[in-house]
Design a binder for this molecule. Structure first.
Ligand code: SF4
Length: 417
């Protein structure tokens, strides 16, 4: 992919690709990581949706019991390295369908709390079909403060493309509204085959009017290894739909909080992907530290086996060069549409201007970014280009990485150019 290569060469000032190696270490040096988050992956689903690229398997009770034990042990292996409890920003429980391990949720959270002080809340993904009053009480009691509901679309024709059925999502969302969560995020997919602007904006309105405080709306991406009968819309159509979402939110007084998230004013904001560093637990979970990025094996059996042998289940590690780490930081902070030079310097150890003076100058001159109070913000034009590049990057990097990892539990090496 020409764009990702050019961007990588430009931001890292090097022709060296990103090289992930089959390397693991039981010792993780994260005690001094600032602003660190936690992630737990629950890979079980009732059935597997054809469009979904995530690491998941069909739920099986005995496997889930073994998985829980492995997960707790992985947390113990990482946590027992700490001399004192470590403050972390947040915990996010994703999947899969985490509600399939609802009875284990409290044990998993309590195990993490033995080693970590979670300061800004606990988020959890919810499949709409798992929403009922009893489950919500259990989730709330476990300490969850934010839920992210994978509705994708309220429109039956749109979600039948995804092999889904609308089981009265609006009513389920209203049940969530009755519980006092800080953030209720609804995931919607835009640019679904056949989706018109009217259908999309009705989806947005239905989510907000039934209790969503935030909407994360991602374009439909056809991963090479998923089983979709439909092709994504041309980029021109996607651009039109994204613009209509932006205009709708502007007209109705909602805020844009990242390239693909929009929120009610004066509500909490939540993003699971814009942390400066995080520790991931579970099959396929990723860990990002100051100078390295690790990914656990995607094979559930191998994950459990490794942990039973007292080994970490890391499949791939990249040791970042300084420039690679800086580029990674910039990329994900640009998604949040804000780049703080001071935070950049704290994490990377060098001034932003010194490393990326040329890019900032070009960005300001072309209207992709603006500078206010010493912070750089993406403009609407900058956000559109980011949206475009993020899709190209997903196809060139994430698709390749996940595809290999799905087929090989411990690949020798993955090179991303
Ligand atoms: S979309 Fe959700 S329910 Fe469907 S397979 Fe993916 S994680 Fe499971």
């Amino acid at each position: 992919m020409l764009i990702t290569s050019l961007l990588r060469i430009c931001l890292t000032r090097s022709f060296q690709p990103f090289i992930f190696k089959n390397k693991s270490s039981n010792y993780l040096d994260y005690a001094d990581e600032p602003e660190m988050g936690l992630y737990v992956h629950i890979p079980f689903c009732r059935s597997l949706c054809s469009f979904c690229p995530y690491c998941k398997v069909v739920y099986h009770r005995e496997t889930a019991e073994k998985y829980k034990l492995a997960l707790l042990k992985e947390i113990e292996i990482a946590g027992s390295r700490l001399k004192t409890k470590k403050k972390v920003t947040s915990l996010y429980i994703g999947g899969g369908t985490p509600a399939l391990m609802l009875d284990d949720l409290k044990d998993i959270i309590d195990c993490l709390k033995k080693y970590f002080v979670i300061q800004q809340g606990i988020g959890m993904e919810l499949h709409p079909d798992d929403i009922n009053p009893e489950a919500l009480v259990q989730i709330k009691r476990a300490g969850v403060t934010m839920v992210s509901i994978g509705i994708q679309s309220f429109h039956q024709e749109s979600i039948s493309v995804l092999g889904r059925k609308n089981t009265d999502f609006a009513a389920r969302l209203r049940l969530v509204q009755k519980v006092d969560f800080d953030v209720v995020d609804v995931d919607l997919i835009f640019a679904l085959p056949g989706q018109t602007e009217d259908i999309l904006l009705q989806d947005m309105e239905e989510a907000f009017s039934n209790g969503a405080t935030q909407i994360s709306t991602y374009p439909f991406i056809d991963f090479t290894f998923t089983d979709n009968d439909y092709r994504p819309m041309p980029e021109k159509e996607k651009k039109k739909l994204l613009n209509s979402i932006v205009n709708y939110c502007w007209r109705t007084g909602r805020e844009r909080t990242s390239v693909w998230t929009f929120a009610q004013k004066n509500t909490g904001k939540y993003s699971s992907i814009t942390r400066d560093s995080y520790l991931g637990f579970g099959v396929s979970a990723a860990t990002l530290l100051r100078r390295e990025f690790k990914i656990n094996t995607f094979s559930l059996d191998d994950y459990i086996r490794k942990i039973e042998q007292d080994r970490v289940p890391t499949a791939l590690t990249i040791d970042f060069t300084l420039r690679q780490r800086a580029a990674y930081y910039l990329f994900w902070n640009a998604y949040a549409m804000e780049i703080h030079p001071q935070k950049f310097q704290e994490l990377i150890g060098k001034p932003l201007n010194q490393m990326y003076g040329l890019e900032l100058w070009v960005g300001l001159k072309t209207g992709l970014i603006v500078k206010r109070n010493n912070v750089y913000y993406l403009t609407a034009k900058g956000a559109y280009y980011y949206h475009y590049i993020e899709q190209v990057y997903t196809t060139a990097y994430i698709d390749k990485m996940w595809n290999i990892s799905r087929n090989t539990a411990f690949p020798d090496e993955i090179i991303l150019k």
